[in-house]
Design a protein around this ligand. Structure first.
Ligand code: C2E
Ligand code: CA
Ligand code: CA
Length: 273
């Protein structure tokens, strides 16, 4: 059975190698909503693979394979280009300028090429760097800290925004946290999930918002699904939310519809927040 699994993995790897060039990957976009103004201020790009025979595949399945095989470099570059082009395209179509967040996995972050890849994508797509946000995990930046501070400084100087993804699930040294030129903490959905029923989770989320604000960082909560969760996050001063409560990740066309509806309602969603 292990053999079969390993073989299947190899198959997927070689399919992926082909699929990147063949246009089998696509991005979904999930809105990020500013709580105070109840408006969409950005989105997160989430990759999917439309496999020719296996159907739509989740990144949870194929990102680890991309990481282990080194294909993440190619796939990550495609994601960056696609997301930035989309952001610029939407602006050119007259939509309000929205922040585009993309995920950078740890192997991608550790590769030597990320800075030059990013420079290339910014030049080619002409995205305004301050509307591009990189979501990095604690795991990738807390290793080799001194080197990483330099890399992050580089991004910061380019004007790109930096967020720590899945915050609270890895380990963060407070001493380092204050030295990183980051802009935002993203509270992991595992803490948001039981907010309304688990006082410990509520306490962790509240403490994270306080920590973030004390360090002059924005705080966003992911995986927000219910009104109760939103109410609690609002009461503790969390800045932004992302989750099914507002919208699932959408294909580009659907995302544009959502934004257009919001504009038609003069920026105020009918959703009671
Ligand atoms: P993540 O960065 O933590 O992304 C959040 C995940 O939660 C997404 O899953 C999203 O669809 C899902 N989600 C959003 N709102 C809700 C909600 O209200 N409830 C629940 N239960 N889930 C929600 P997805 O799209 O399957 O992505 C899974 C992971 O794959 C991401 O986790 C990220 O680590 C990785 N990933 C996705 N796209 C990329 C990419 O382009 N590059 C890299 N390196 N990793 C990616
Ligand atoms: Ca993310
Ligand atoms: Ca997460």
């Amino acid at each position: 059975e292990m053999n079969a699994q390993a073989q299947d993995r190899l198959l997927l790897e070689s399919d992926m190698r082909q699929g990147i060039g063949a246009g089998e990957f696509l991005l979904h976009y999930q809105p990020q909503v500013d709580i105070a103004s109840n408006s969409i201020v950005g989105c997160e790009a989430l990759v999917r693979w439309k496999h020719p025979t296996r159907g739509m595949l989740s990144p949870i399945l194929f990102i680890p394979i991309a990481e282990e095989s080194g294909l993440i470099k190619e796939l990550g570059l495609w994601v960056m280009k696609e997301a930035c082009s989309q952001q610029v395209y939407w602006c050119n179509q007259g939509l309000p300028q929205l922040r585009m967040a993309i995920n950078i996995s740890s192997r991608q972050f550790l590769s030597q090429d990320l800075i030059s890849q990013l420079k290339q994508v910014i030049q080619q797509t002409k995205i305004t760097p301050s509307f591009l946000e990189l979501e990095l995990t604690e795991g990738s930046i807390m290793e080799y800290v001194e080197e990483n501070i330099e890399i992050l400084e580089h991004f910061h100087q380019m004007g790109v925004l930096l967020a720590i993804d899945d915050f609270g699930t890895g380990y963060s040294s407070m001493a380092y946290l204050k030295r990183f030129p980051i802009d935002k903490l993203k509270i992991d959905q595992s803490f948001v999930k039981d907010l309304a029923t688990d006082p410990d989770d509520a306490a962790i989320v509240k403490a994270t918002v306080l920590l973030g604000h004390s360090l002059h960082l924005k705080v966003i909560a992911e995986g927000v699904e219910t009104k109760e969760q939103l109410e609690y996050l609002t009461s503790i001063g969390c800045d932004e939310i992302q989750g099914y409560y507002y919208s699932k990740p959408l294909i580009a066309e659907e995302f544009v519809k959502l934004i257009s509806n919001e504009i038609n309602k003069s920026g105020i969603s009918t959703k009671e927040i």
